[in-house]
Design a protein around this ligand. Sequence first.
Ligand code: ADP
Ligand code: ADP
Length: 227
Amino acid sequence: VPEIKMRTEGLMKKYGATTALHPVDLNVHTGELLTLLGPSGSGKTTLLQLICGLTEPGGGELFIDGINKTWAPTHQRDIGVVFQNYALFPHLTVEENIAFPLQMRRVNAAEIRTQVARALDMVGLAGFGHRFPRELSGGQQQRVALARCLVYQPSLILMDESLSALDRQLRENMQVEIKRIHRETGATIIFVTHDQEEALALSDRVCLMNAGRIEQIGTPVEIYESP
Ligand code: ADP
Ligand code: ADP
């Protein structure tokens, strides 16, 4: 029986009359890479936002490492998030962008230097620390966002269609990168996409979503071979 990193019990969300997410029970195993796959409007982003605490649930519960985090603020969830649009600070250098979450946690300067260098190295951007985001390509900016998430070594990482802004070749490169980082960090990763090929290529398991519900969950082979 796999260890459970995160689980939801009847977690749901309404916006007025719209049910963005019907009550879902989801178990995410420790160390797995799970993709949420589904068309636009199927509730993927809503589920991700509920997991990281960016929106309040309309009901149900969320447990991380067996602890009830349903109402815990984002910074008490030990979750790294990489958003769709990178959300880098344009007026800060690459190094300063990556250092930001550590400064928020009052980590000392020497430790920050060490951890920032390590994170830059992990995403293949050693030597780019003094540049500004506008001086980087889309793919490089994406890597900075990933480094900023990795820098405080979260055990659970959420990624929201973070590859969608990139062209095909860059997406494939990032897929390789994400698999490597998954292997090296042993982190549990929940990855949102509407690209079936990407989901099948990346995941240990795929969670198929439609109209605010989980329709199916299984390994890529199980999903692919089901009627
Ligand atoms: P995607 O389909 O790529 O997840 P969307 O365009 O559906 O992106 O959503 C982008 C953002 O807009 C999300 O933060 C979502 O919560 C918000 N959003 C989506 N639909 C609505 C809506 N009908 N009214 C207000 N905000 C919405
Ligand atoms: P996905 O990420 O799969 O595209 P979302 O979770 O963004 O789906 O949206 C699920 C449903 O909830 C959609 O019908 C969307 O329009 C609605 N929705 C999402 N965010 C908001 C919001 N902030 N306000 C109103 N409706 C929203």
